[in-house]
Design a protein around this ligand. Structure first.
Ligand SMILES: Nc1nc2c(c(=O)[nH]1)N[C@H]1C(S)=C(S)[C@@H](COP(=O)(O)OP(=O)(O)OC[C@H]3O[C@@H](n4cnc5c(=O)[nH]c(N)nc54)[C@H](O)[C@@H]3O)O[C@H]1N2
Ligand SMILES: Nc1nc2c(c(=O)[nH]1)N[C@H]1C(S)=C(S)[C@@H](COP(=O)(O)OP(=O)(O)OC[C@H]3O[C@@H](n4cnc5c(=O)[nH]c(N)nc54)[C@H](O)[C@@H]3O)O[C@H]1N2
Ligand code: SF4
Ligand SMILES: [Mo]
Length: 747
């Protein structure tokens, strides 16, 4: 295969057959309830309901899909017994039906071909596409070993494919939810408390007296029960402290908004620890009983006074002191929220450590209104032969990063680039449920890696940008049209939920469990897929757990009683933390032994040069990443992102709200499309801000094509976390261009 085959294909060439952004997101759940009641009252008469859990984001809210007598989907409503959603979906979950209804969906398998010297895709039968994929799996195994076939995945399809890859002999697996999302937080908290934060976060928001959000914009970040609990906590008089350079929705609900200078959070948190210790307002009993290294910490932070931090963060010493005292007053019912998308500046595991240590000083881990002890229920494994042992996999590929606990997508991509010292050559890749052109930074690396691959399969529901790089594209049906694995999630009480198809798959789309089985059987791995329909697996598992598919179809969610002990630390006993020492590690010997700082330090990060602004990005309540931009229902609510610009900057550049501008970054990368300016005091003068997930280049996305800017293409500089390999993405700077730089150039 020549490398030119890898050329990005715009599927468009193939000829194949009112909510304002400023609406208070915290109220958006309420907006659904009237409609919910209306439908609920009529349910018995006309509608059938089928249980599912939402796939619009990864909070996995359990829901009911209502279909009418003709079998058409009418509405999706939250399951009342579900601790992830408390009976209400967020606007994205309600709009999930748009995924099913989107006419732009992938409709048949596609195979890359050359017609008259031009690369294009042709429609193919499942038989042909699956035979070709199976042949490539065999060839790669024979020529390079199964390890050379990598899987990059996200979401529910991932589990089925992970099973296929492990049966085949490859553990070369990674997902953007680790090194582009929450990896550093898990490392930082595990080093301190011995356990990952995990999802949903075990933050006891509903009972908290003080919630501290550090660059976590709950309310725009719409993770369901978390938003609802925050709303309740506010009603109950909880104090919200928001540290964000931007006036976020959460900031607007806060008693204290600290508009910090970007990239200086560690300095603020060191100063907070200084105040808690100097003023003797930390939880002395808890620390004496449970923590290791307090004296070292006391000594370490003694130099980091609020006056010291002021010069770095721009937050006044009296504000630092007052907020620290507020937290101490609320302790232990206080939460320094660990955040979620935490890959910012490359020292992110250390920033997560500072957050964890602050929680320790406040005694909030294992305390009511702080962090509860989560529990989940184990879903028994459907019997299959043991997996093969690969010679290498994600661990070896990421070996440079000693505390990486999952595959690092960017390292897997690097492994695809041939070089003499590449010990782990990746030659083929399957990408499923992730639009890596938007979710993984450093486009140059991505394109170089893809170019070098011998074979690439993409499995998606939509003709997203990523499909244009594939040799074979397989259309998955949406979550409303398929069975998937049982959702078992950690929460206050364990619960499970099922996903049952409400309708038949549209077009010629199929569920991934079926694709995995088909490929597996072609590879002689039939024993690993010993069922005709995935529902047999679910039913078997449910029966082991004392339920059945029949029961779950009626209830959707099953809650279990806790078995692991109380929700919070029993004050009469001595809790043993799952760390090496059994205690909270304020001083980390583990980090020290690996050559890192045992206690966090502030390091200065680059600042935007003259004429450039820091590129800041985040979430909008009605969209999830790039996946919803074309969703007819959600596109209706917000069609494109806009560029938040401070009035001072607007004045200097002479730009106005509504004006289209382009961006050029520090590496001379120019945005493919323009974005409309929104002049607002809500953003600092040194930054600009946009919502992630827009700027689609694929014309087959008829609603999303060319709308807004893709932040990812401007993230060419990445600050890698040396501890676990996270890709810090907030150190990119852009200048604003007012004249179309692409005039006469086709993009
Ligand atoms: N620049 C930048 N990069 C980021 C982020 C950011 O804010 N800015 N956020 C980061 C974070 S926090 C995360 S978690 C990741 C998210 O990364 P991704 O999960 O890759 O995000 P999406 O862009 O939504 O891509 C999802 C893809 O899955 C497809 N899809 C949706 N449903 C299904 C399905 O049921 N089956 C299949 N087969 N495909 C489906 C969608 O069409 C889409 O192509 O991105 C990270 N990368
Ligand atoms: N509606 C919606 N909700 C979602 C998602 C979605 O796509 N859509 N995705 C979900 C996922 S997977 C994730 S990981 C989460 C991510 O959501 P969060 O973890 O809450 O948010 P981030 O994207 O990390 O942070 C965005 C905020 O950080 C601020 N910020 C930027 N730089 C700095 C800085 O230097 N210091 C401080 N203190 N703040 C800074 C930005 O101004 C912005 O308000 O959202 C989840 N919820
Ligand atoms: S938070 Fe919203 S989008 Fe995410 S799973 Fe729940 S309803 Fe779906
Ligand atoms: Mo994420």
């Amino acid at each position: 295969m020549t490398t030119s085959r890898r050329k990005f294909i715009k599927i468009s060439a193939l000829g194949l057959g009112g909510v304002a952004a400023t609406t208070s997101a915290l109220n958006m759940f309420g907006a659904n309830s009237y409609l919910d009641t209306l439908v609920k009252e009529n349910v018995a008469k006309t509608f059938k309901r089928t249980p599912t859990y939402c796939e619009v984001c990864f909070w996995k809210c359990a829901a009911w899909t209502y279909t009418d007598e003709e079998g058409a989907i009418k509405k999706i409503i939250g399951n009342e017994n579900d601790p992830h959603c408390y009976g209400r979906l967020c606007p994205r979950g309600t709009g999930g039906v748009g995924m099913y209804n989107d006419d732009d969906r992938l409709k048949t398998p596609l195979i890359r071909t050359t017609v008259n010297g031009e690369q294009t895709f042709r429609e193919a039968s499942w038989e042909e596409a699956l035979d070709l994929i199976a042949l490539k799996f065999k060839n790669i195994k024979e020529t390079y070993g199964p390890e050379a076939f990598a899987l990059i995945k996200h979401g529910a399809p991932g589990a089925h494919l992970e099973h296929l890859f492990k049966a085949y002999g490859s553990d070369t697996i990674a997902e953007p939810a680790y090194a582009q999302c929450r990896g550093p937080r898990e490392t930082g908290f595990a080093l301190t408390f011995g356990s990952w934060v995990g999802s949903p976060e075990p933050t006891d928001i509903r009972d908290t007296k003080c919630l501290v959000l550090i660059g976590s914009h709950i309310g725009e970040n719409m993770h369901n029960s978390q938003v609802q609990e925050m709303s309740d906590a506010i009603d109950n008089g909880a104090t919200i402290i928001t540290v964000d350079p931007r006036f976020s929705t959460a900031a607007s609900k806060s008693k204290f908004w600290l508009p910090i200078k970007p990239a200086t959070d560690i300095a603020l948190m060191l100063a907070w620890m200084n105040v808690l210790i100097e003023e003797d307002i930390y939880d002395k009993e808890y620390i004496a009983k449970y923590a290791n290294g307090f004296n070292e910490l006391k000594e370490h932070v003694s130099q980091f006074t609020p006056e010291w931090a002021y010069g770095i963060t721009g937050i006044k010493p009296n504000e630092i002191r007052e907020t620290a005292r507020t937290m101490a007053n609320a302790a232990p019912s206080v939460i320094i929220h660990p955040g979620r998308h935490v890959v910012w500046y490359g020292d992110d595991s250390q920033r997560a450590r500072t957050m964890a240590m602050l929680n320790a000083l406040l005694g909030s881990w294992g305390r009511r209104g702080g962090f509860y002890f989560k529990e989940s229920i184990k879903v028994p494994k459907f019997p299959h032969p043991p997996y093969h042992h690969p010679k290498w996999g994600w661990k070896e590929i990421g070996e440079k990063y000693p505390l990486a606990q999952m595959g690092i997508t960017t390292e897997v991509l690097k492994a695809a680039i041939p070089s003499e010292d590449n010990k782990y050559p990746v030659k083929a890749m399957m990408v499923a449920g992730t639009n890596i052109t938007k979710s993984i930074p450093n486009k140059k690396l991505l394109e170089e890696a893809i170019e070098a691959l011998e074979f690439m399969v993409v499995i998606d529901t939509m003709p997203m940008d990523v499909t244009g790089y594939a040799d074979v594209v397989l259309p998955e049906c949406t979550y409303l049209e398929r069975y998937d694995g049982i959702r078992s999630a950690t929460n206050r009480e364990p619960s499970i939920a099922v996903r049952v198809p409400a309708v038949e798959p549209k077009y010629d789309s199929k569920p991934v469990w079926w694709m995995a089985k088909q490929i597996g059987e072609r590879l002689g791995l039939g024993e690993y897929f010993n069922y005709n329909d995935f529902k047999e697996v679910i039913d078997w598992q449910l029966k082991q757990m004392g339920s059945s598919l029949e029961e779950m179809e009626k209830i959707g969610v099953k809650n279990f009683t806790r078995k692991s002990g109380p929700l919070y630390i029993n004050e009469d006993e001595t809790y043993v933390f799952p760390t090496i020492s059994g205690k909270i590690e304020l001083y980390s010997q583990e980090l020290k032994d690996l050559g890192f700082d045992a206690m966090p330090n502030y390091t200065k990060h680059p600042e935007p040069p003259q004429g450039f602004y820091r590129l800041n990005y985040g979430r909008a309540p009605m969209h999830t990443f790039s996946r919803t931009a074309n969703n007819p229902n959600l596109n209706d609510l917000k069609k494109e992102n806009d560029l938040w610009v401070n009035p001072k900057v607007a004045r200097i550049l002479g730009i106005k709200t509504g004006q289209a501008v382009w961006l050029r970054n520090q590496d001379d990368v120019i945005s493919s499309f323009s974005i409309k300016v929104r002049v607002t005091e809500r953003v600092r003068w040194d930054s600009v801000y946009m919502v992630h997930g827009f700027g689609h280049k694929e014309k087959r996305l008829t609603r999303a094509f060319g709308k807004g800017i893709n932040d990812t293409e401007l993230i060419s500089k990445v600050a890698i976390d040396p501890i676990m390999g996270g890709t810090g993405m907030r150190g990119n700077f852009v200048e604003i261009i007012t004249k179309n730089p692409h005039k006469n150039i086709e993009i």
